[in-house]
Design a protein around this ligand. Structure first.
Ligand SMILES: CCOCCOc1ccc(-c2cn(C[C@@H]3NC[C@@H](O)[C@H]3O)nn2)cc1
Length: 448
């Protein structure tokens, strides 16, 4: 047995997102989001599932906060639904939406739990998608207006802020691969979306500073760590492209004020260019205070000219997989965190990490040993990373509870708490009690 002690001020938390847990999709003055539309498009979401009810956290948030208190977390990452705040995207403010989040945040603070707020976790008002979404500068300006409303309302209550969750998913999963909302499949569109959200990020950070909003602000990319299948330069280059599109494509503009040239050249060969306007890169590269990093898995990649826009293909190496098919390999987190040091030893929070394990109730318990094993491996890597002197300040498990897993609907379960979607009864899994013990001790006890 080995004991890994964590720093005294290390933040322990869990994460969720508005569309995935709230439900109440037609309540409280909420407007329509692109995920309401996408989920109602036949064939887009497994079983035709949607977020109309989800975990009903809009009505059950006090019960959820009781679970957080029982778990012992000191930090809770959630997202605000833009369509609850400005239902038609850039028009009237919906006071009822603001009041809901005030009640929620007040309850969190009362419970001694730090709110960690994501402004945009994919639920774009449909009216803005109808005018071209993030590729239209009107959407960028509407986001800044929305962000300023939130900054003014919650400054002093919220002190940890993220502008965007997983920009690669927003731009490329959703507009090149078409797997997430709005489901476009066009390279130029996806590059326009990536650039639009980066400009929106920079403008929101400028507003955050100008308004004197309390706390720290950043962004949360999701990691694609890839290592080459062979020693060939082509396989190495295929890995570089895969890593860069999730990370460098967004963090180079933010930290360096320019896109990674090798990727710009790569896309220009495919006929796509970045729609940079005068002053954009200065706006995008506003200094930020923290980074959220979302890590799930890593890949072994090789060059394949037929493998999509990046010509980079993941090879199945026969590793243990979670029930969503992602290899369990925590080593990529360690390697990535050292890769990230090229931007400096910036303050980092793991804002998502977890396993899709679809164990169900058996005699009133969920014995999700595989999820415990996943967390044990990944927290051991977190300890190594901290020991190497990297400023990793906190960890938020994805997710507090089972919820709407986008195109996979409700069949894929990432929660520490099981949700019965008929009764909405929450049942802590064995992994909940395991994580509760880690938090209580502030140390990890591994079985090796
Ligand atoms: C066949 C081709 O496939 C291409 C990759 O397709 C995907 C799909 C999904 C993901 C994905 C899902 N998640 C978990 C979420 N993170 C944010 C939070 O809302 C969680 O629900 N992270 N990444 C990545 C890649």
């Amino acid at each position: 047995m080995t004991i890994f002690q964590f720093p005294q001020d290390f933040r322990w938390g869990t994460a969720t997102a508005s569309y995935q847990i709230e439900g109440a999709a037609q309540e409280g003055g909420r407007g329509v989001s692109i995920w309401d539309t996408f989920a109602r498009t036949p064939g887009k979401v497994f079983n035709g599932d949607n977020g109309d009810v989800a975990c009903d956290s809009y009505h059950r948030y006090e019960e959820d906060i009781e679970l957080m208190k029982k778990l012992g977390i000191n930090t809770y990452r959630f997202s605000i639904a833009w369509p609850r705040i400005i239902p038609d995207g850039d028009g009237e403010i919906n006071r009822e939406g603001l009041d809901f989040y005030h009640r929620f945040v007040d309850k969190l603070l009362e419970a001694g739990i730090e709110p960690f707020c994501t402004l945009y976790h994919w639920d774009l008002p449909q009216t803005l998608e109808d005018i071209g979404g993030w590729g239209n500068r009107r959407t960028v300006d509407a986001f800044v207006k929305y962000a300023e409303v939130i900054f003014k309302e919650f400054s002093g209550k919220i002190n940890f802020w993220l502008t965007f969750n997983e920009p690669w998913c927003i731009a490329f999963l959703s507009n090149l691969l078409g797997i997430h909302a709005p489901g476009n499949k066009d390279l130029q569109t996806s590059i326009n979306v990536a650039h639009g959200l980066l400009v929106a990020h920079g403008k929101a950070v400028q507003s955050f500073r100008r308004l004197g909003t309390t706390g720290q602000i950043g962004i949360a990319p999701n990691v694609c760590w890839a290592e080459p299948y062979s020693k060939s330069p082509e396989d190495r280059a295929a890995c570089d492209r895969a890593i860069a599109l999730n990370t460098d494509w967004f963090l180079d503009p933010i930290y360096k004020g320019s896109y990674p040239q090798f990727m710009v050249d790569w896309f220009e060969k495919a006929g796509a260019t970045v729609p940079i306007q005068e002053g954009d890169m200065e706006i995008i590269s506003q200094p930020i205070d923290l980074l959220g990093i979302n890590y799930y898995t890593m890949g072994i990649n090789r060059f394949n000219p037929e493998a999509g826009a990046l010509q980079s293909e993941e090879v199945d190496m026969g590793l243990i997989k979670t029930d969503i098919g992602w290899p369990v390999e925590s080593r990529g987190l360690y390697e990535f965190m050292h890769y990230l040091q090229k931007y400096g030893n910036v303050d980092v929070y793991i804002t998502e990490n977890g396993a899709c394990i679809n164990d169900d109730l058996e005699n009133g318990k969920i014995n999700d040993d595989r999820r415990i094993a996943y967390y044990e491996q990944h927290l051991a890597q977190i300890h190594r990373i901290i020991n190497d002197g990297i400023n990793l300040k906190g960890y938020m498990a994805w997710s507090l509870m089972d919820n709407f897993e986008w195109a996979e609907g409700y069949r894929m379960r990432f929660g520490l708490v099981h949700v019965d979607y008929r009764s909405l009864v929450r049942t802590p899994k064995e992994s909940f009690y395991w994580y509760q013990n880690v938090i209580k001790n502030n140390w990890l006890e591994t079985r090796i």
